[in-house]
Design a binder for this molecule. Structure first.
Ligand code: SF4
Length: 371
């Protein structure tokens, strides 16, 4: 499957999921396994320009049943089911009931369901079926909060419609998460800030951040080939993702996923854009680099500098293939590090002249200069 929005199956989903630390204790258990079941384009009438799967109008057949059977072979007492890959809100209610009926034989072991979907159409009957079938988390795809860009993406919904759905679902007791994107056509820094601000205001259950990838046989590919769409530079996509990630984190909104993993995309089908198997790590590493750099610049430090940090942040300080260390070196700063009993994301910078403390959120002021 090359379409990547509303998509989440990853190798990690079959492992105890770290994101479950952030889930409601009422409906979730720590370390519960999420089993992803992918329903390609189920309910998708309109095709988003970056998604390339052909329309599948009748997927509730033996294939789905065998997928379910195959996926649920796991030897676990309890697990959660994630239904991904389409627009669940647009699935005919009777088909939706049929789909959930397929899970009946496994009912005793299914702790709950989570789904991903477009935010429209919001139907009372659909939400009733979801509630009745123990769906507790709904992930809404909302690439941007700019109506013009939504239109260009052929999303067929507006910001207001998304907001109506978001609040309605929350009021009905669902835990509502949001999937956002960076690097979209015509996207400016102001759009990125608007996305981040909306996340803060809405306080979703969690977010996922996806950089836009140009996939073969999509309208976006045509736009790319015609020069109508030119992807932003990779570093720029990284910075935009860092901004959203840090803004959310600062306001206690967890990001459970950044970028696509190998299992979520057929690499041969990536024509352009920002696919990187370690995009999430690159974002966290860039956040750490910018945080440290901001403090170093502020105090005009040069020469030998020791960064005291949490053990887990050492790879973030170093960067992929030591890129961060080299960037500092080019600026006349030789970085070494020492493990410290300090929270992740925090650090102390020690030079011959001073000892100052900071954290990754310092990066936000550096990024704000892009606006
Ligand atoms: S709603 Fe759009 S992005 Fe999501 S699966 Fe359908 S076509 Fe793809």
């Amino acid at each position: 499957m090359y379409g990547f929005f509303h998509l989440s199956p990853s190798p990690f989903s079959l492992q105890p999921s770290a994101c479950l630390f952030h889930l409601s204790p009422v409906t979730f258990h720590l370390f519960i396994m999420i089993i992803p079941i992918f329903l390609p384009h189920l309910g998708c009438i309109d095709r988003c320009i970056y998604c390339n799967q052909g329309y599948i109008t009748n997927v509730l057949d033996d294939d789905i049943r065998s997928t379910i059977k195959h996926s649920l072979k796991v030897n676990k007492d309890a697990f959660e089911i994630g239904l991904y890959g389409g627009n669940m809100f647009n699935v005919d209610p009777s088909l939706l009931r049929t789909l959930f009926n397929y899970f009946e034989p496994y009912k005793e072991r299914i702790a709950n369901f989570r789904i991903s979907t477009k935010p429209v159409p919001l139907k009372e009957e659909t939400s009733w079926i979801l509630r009745a079938n123990n769906v507790s988390v709904i992930e809404l795809g909302m690439p941007t909060f700019n109506n013009d860009i939504l239109k260009e993406l052929n999303r067929q919904h507006t910001v207001d419609e998304f907001l109506t759905t978001f609040h309605a679902l929350k009021n009905e007791g669902f835990s509502v998460a949001i999937q956002v994107m960076v690097g979209l056509p015509e996207e400016s820094w102001s759009d990125v800030i608007t996305t981040a601000n909306n996340i803060v205001q809405l306080n979703p259950f969690y977010i996922r951040i996806y950089p836009l990838v140009v996939i073969a046989d999509t309208p976006l590919e045509t736009m790319y080939n015609n020069g109508v769409f030119v992807p932003i530079p990779f570093d720029e996509a990284l910075d935009r993702a860092v901004f959203i990630y840090l803004t959310a984190l600062k306001h206690n909104v967890k990001t459970v996923k950044i970028g696509l993993t190998d299992n979520e995309i057929i690499k041969d089908k990536v024509v352009a854009g920002h696919y990187h198997p370690a995009f999430g790590y690159l974002v966290r590493s860039q956040a750490f680099y910018l945080g440290v750099k901001t403090l170093i610049d502020k105090h005009a430090l040069k020469g030998d500098v020791i960064v005291h940090l949490n053990n887990r942040d050492i790879p973030h300080l170093i960067g992929q293939r030591r890129v961060n260390i080299e960037r500092f070196q080019k600026a006349g700063i030789t970085i070494t590090w020492q493990k410290e009993d300090i929270d992740e994301g925090n650090f102390i910078i020690q030079s011959s002249l001073s000892r100052v403390s900071g954290n990754i959120f310092n990066a936000l002021s550096e990024l704000a200069q892009n606006t």
